[in-house]
Ligand binder design. Sequence first.
Ligand SMILES: [Fe+2]
Ligand SMILES: [Fe+2]
Length: 168
Amino acid sequence: MGLFTKDIKTMNDLFVHQLQDIYYAEQQLTKALPKMASKATDPQLKQGFLTHLEETKQHVSRLEEVFKMQGVAVKAVDCPAIDGIIEEADETVGEVADKAVLDAALINAAQAAEHYEIVRYGSLIAWAKRLGHNDCASVLAKTLEEEKATDKKLTTLAESKVNLRAAS
Ligand SMILES: [Fe+2]
Ligand SMILES: [Fe+2]
């Protein structure tokens, strides 16, 4: 995507571009999640990260499937937003000394990533339907459900014990 060239001309171009963006984001998350799992102290949180890592690998494959359905090359474009979320998470985690507080920080960072994904998949699904790509929409919807479920599990974990422990 050049600064002075307008490569996105149609809604379909935008759809493909955002597919490439989230494809990059999912790939970065497959690298970030094992690190987050290794830093988590709470066993449920650790397991949660590992479970979502397996789901995230599926998200990568599903996107490859959608690229194929669209008849376009499987390609990733840099996504500065997810890089920023992961970078900020690394920095914060590096600055937290207390293990219980660290778990709370990890949940917060993970939810920032989930919310980013939820926004992107939400639009991709709406656009796919509008463009008549219902096959793509239903594949992307499976991923969106997993992102939402993960976000909910993180909230429950934070509110049921992690925040309590971190604040005591
Ligand atoms: Fe994902
Ligand atoms: Fe996710």
